[in-house]
Design a protein around this ligand. Structure first.
Ligand SMILES: C[S@@+](CC[C@H](N)C(=O)[O-])C[C@H]1O[C@@H](n2cnc3c(N)ncnc32)[C@H](O)[C@@H]1O
Length: 208
C-alpha cells in the first residue's frame, strides 16, 4: 500500500468540536501505530490524490465531489468512517461493542443516490445577516435555508406551528415565515436569540 489518506470536510484546525474531535483522536491512534497518515480536506481532493495503491479513510463522504465519489468507490481501497455517525441508527458509538456497528444498524447504505446535496452556509455574517447586531459575532453553525425549507415543506402544512428546540440563529423561523407557517423556538444562548431576532427583523425589512 502506498499511502493512507484521511479525508474530512473540516479538520480540528478549522473547527474545534464534534466530529472534528473524533477525527483528531482517530488520526492520533493511527499515527501512534506507526502508520504515516496524510490528512486532507474533502474539497481539496482531485484526481492526482486518488490512486489504486492508497487507502482512504473517509470521515466525510458527502462532502466529496460527485466525480470523485464514483471514482473512489469504483477504483480505490476505502473505509467510510463517517465522523458524525450519520449512517447509524444511534449517534452514540459507545452503545456498540468495540464501537463497531453491526451491519443491520447502518442506514442509508445506498450512499450515492439518496443524499441531499446542499452546500453549507459560508460567509454568514456578510451575506445573510446571521450576526449579532452589536458585536457582529456570527452563529457558528447556521443550517442552510435550503435544507430547512425541504424539511419544513415535507413535515408541515401552511398555518401549522413549527417547533425548533435548538433554534440557534433562527433559520427555522425565517423559513417558516416564508412558507406561511407559525413558529416557536427555544435557544439556551441569549446571544444567539439576539442574532435570530436581528436576522428575522432584517428578513421582514424592519428596523431593529
Ligand atoms: C446546531 S445549532 C442549531 C442551528 C440552527 N438550526 C440554525 O440554523 O442556526 C444548535 C443550537 O442548539 C443550542 N442548544 C444546545 N443545547 C441546548 C439546550 N439544552 N436548550 C436549548 N438550546 C440548546 C445551541 O446553543 C445552538 O445554538
Amino acid at each position: 500500500m502506498n499511502k493512507v489518506y484521511y479525508l474530512s470536510d473540516l479538520l480540528l484546525e478549522d473547527l474545534v468540536g464534534g466530529g472534528e474531535l473524533n477525527d483528531y483522536e482517530l488520526c492520533k491512534m493511527i499515527s501512534n501505530k506507526g502508520i504515516k497518515l496524510t490528512r486532507m480536506r474533502t474539497n481539496e481532493i482531485n484526481k492526482e490524490n486518488l490512486n489504486k495503491d492508497s487507502l482512504y479513510i473517509i470521515s466525510n463522504f458527502i462532502g466529496l465531489k460527485q466525480e470523485f465519489k464514483s471514482f473512489l468507490i469504483e477504483n480505490c481501497k476505502y473505509i467510510i468512517y463517517e465522523h458524525d455517525h450519520k449512517y447509524l441508527r444511534s449517534r452514540n458509538p459507545a452503545i456498540y461493542k468495540d464501537y463497531k456497528a453491526p451491519v443491520d444498524q447502518i442506514i442509508n447504505k445506498n450512499l450515492d443516490d439518496n443524499i441531499w446535496h446542499i452546500n453549507r452556509v459560508v460567509n454568514v455574517s456578510k451575506s445573510q445577516k446571521i450576526k449579532h447586531p452589536i458585536t457582529g459575532d456570527a452563529h457558528p453553525c447556521p443550517f442552510p435555508e435550503e435544507l430547512i425549507t425541504r424539511i419544513v415543506k415535507m413535515s408541515s402544512d401552511e398555518n401549522d406551528i413549527v417547533l425548533d428546540i435548538f433554534s440557534g440563529s433562527g433559520t427555522v423561523f425565517k423559513v417558516s415565515d416564508i412558507l406561511n407557517r407559525k413558529w416557536i423556538g427555544i435557544e439556551k444562548e441569549m446571544e444567539y436569540c439576539e442574532i435570530s431576532d436581528y436576522r428575522f427583523s432584517c428578513h421582514k425589512g424592519e428596523t431593529f
